[in-house]
Write a protein that binds this ligand. Structure first.
Ligand SMILES: [Mn+2]
Length: 316
C-alpha cells in the first residue's frame, strides 16, 4: 500500500516503538534520514532507535551517537529509509527482509517488499521526504535533526550540484541552516576534505580509465590489489564513479570494483543518459543519474561486458 506523506505522519503519530533500518554500504542519505527520523520520533515522546549497521564508516558515525541498538525490540515497527530493495539491507540485517513494516524511499522502479511504503522518485534525497514528514507533524527541527537532514540532502545531491537538485532541496537545506546545522563544517568534512589515499587512487584512475564512443563513455576497472596497495577505505571509495564522470566530455561513466564472486558496478550519468537502465541489465538499479549493479564475472570480463552494455544503451 502506497502512503502519502500525511498518511505516514499520521501512522507514526498513532503508533509507537520504532526500529529504523539503513542500507548496506550506508551513505549520508540513509544515515541522515534514519537519524533525523529517529530524533523526530523521540521528540514526540516515542520509543525509537536505529538498528546498528556494522557497515557504517567513521564519517557518518557521529550522526548516530546515542541512537542505535543491536537488535529490534520485541514487536517493534520496522521502518527502512533509503532502502530500494530488500537485498539492499546489510547482510547482518537480511533476517529482517520480510519484517519491514514501512519503507520511506526515493528510488523508483523497484519491487515492493513492504506492506506500507512512501516512495517518491522525484525527491532528490530520502532526507527531504523525512523533512516533509516532520513538516506534516509540525516538528521544529533542533540542531541535531537539522544536521542529519542536511547531511542526507547534501550528499545525495553532490552538495547541490547534481541534476536532481531543485527548489525543494534548497528549501530543505535553508530550513536546516535556520535550525542551526553547521553547514560550513559539514561541507568541509563531506566535500572539501579528501584522504591522501583517495587522491592517489584518483591519480591511478585517471591513468587507467578507458574512454570510448568518442570519449562520451568511460569505464574504470579497479583491481582489489590496487585498492589494497594504495590503502583506501570505504569512505574514500564512496563517490569515485562521479570522479570518472567528471572527465571532460564524459556523459556516462562506470566504476568496477572487484568483489568475492564478481564485480560491483557504480554508474554515473548526465541528463539524457540513463545509468539505471544500464544497471538494470545486470539486475541492479537506482536513478538515471546514479545507479549500481553487479556482474558475476572476473574484472577483465566484466569490464568488457559493461562497456558493451553502455554502448548498446547509447545506440538504442
Ligand atoms: Mn538516497
Amino acid at each position: 500500500m502506497f502512503l502519502t506523506r500525511a498518511e505516514v505522519a499520521d501512522y507514526l503519530e498513532r503508533n509507537d516503538h520504532y526500529c529504523i533500518l539503513t542500507h548496506r554500504r550506508p551513505d549520508g542519505d540513509t544515515v541522515g534520514s534514519a537519524a533525523g527520523l529517529c530524533r523526530a520520533l523521540r521528540s514526540m515522546g516515542k520509543d525509537a532507535n536505529i538498528l546498528y549497521n556494522p557497515e557504517i564508516t567513521p564519517k557518518y558515525e557521529p550522526l548516530l551517537e546515542g541512537l542505535t541498538v543491536k537488535e529490534p525490540g520485541e514487536g517493534n515497527i520496522i521502518v527502512a529509509v533509503d532502502v530500494a530493495e530488500d537485498h539492499m539491507l546489510p547482510k547482518a540485517h537480511s533476517y529482517l527482509r520480510n519484517s519491514v513494516d514501512l519503507r520511506i524511499d526515493h528510488h523508483g522502479g523497484n519491487r515492493e517488499f513492504t506492506p506500507k511504503s512512501l516512495v517518491d522518485p522525484e525527491s532528490a534525497s530520502c532526507a527531504e521526504i523525512i523533512w516533509d514528514i516532520l513538516g506534516e507533524l509540525d516538528i521544529q527541527m533542533d540542531e541535531k535533526m537539522a544536521e542529519a537532514i542536511y547531511v542526507g540532502t547534501s550528499t545525495d545531491t553532490g552538495c547541490f550540484r547534481y541534476a536532481n537538485t531543485d527548489v525543494h532541496t534548497f528549501d530543505c537545506a535553508a530550513d536546516c541552516a535556520a535550525a542551526g546545522a553547521d553547514i560550513f563544517g559539514w561541507n568541509q568534512l563531506l566535500f572539501e576534505t579528501h584522504s591522501l589515499a583517495k587522491l592517489r587512487l584518483q591519480g591511478w584512475m585517471a591513468e587507467n580509465v578507458k574512454l570510448f564512443s568518442e570519449g562520451r563513455l568511460a569505464v574504470c576497472a579497479l583491481p582489489k590489489a590496487v585498492e589494497e596497495r594504495i590503502g583506501v577505505n570505504e569512505d574514500d571509495l564512496g563517490n569515485l564513479s562521479s570522479f570518472v564522470r567528471s572527465i571532460e566530455g564524459v556523459c556516462m561513466a562506470g566504476l568496477l570494483r572487484e568483489a568475492e564472486d564478481g564485480c560491483k558496478i557504480s554508474l554515473r550519468a548526465i541528463p539524457g543518459y540513463d545509468a539505471a537502465a544500464v544497471c538494470s541489465i545486470f539486475g541492479g538499479g537506482g536513478h538515471a543519474g546514479a545507479a549500481g549493479g553487479f556482474i558475476k564475472e572476473p574484472l577483465a570480463v566484466a569490464e568488457k561486458t559493461l562497456m558493451d552494455a553502455m554502448l548498446k544503451w547509447e545506440n538504442s
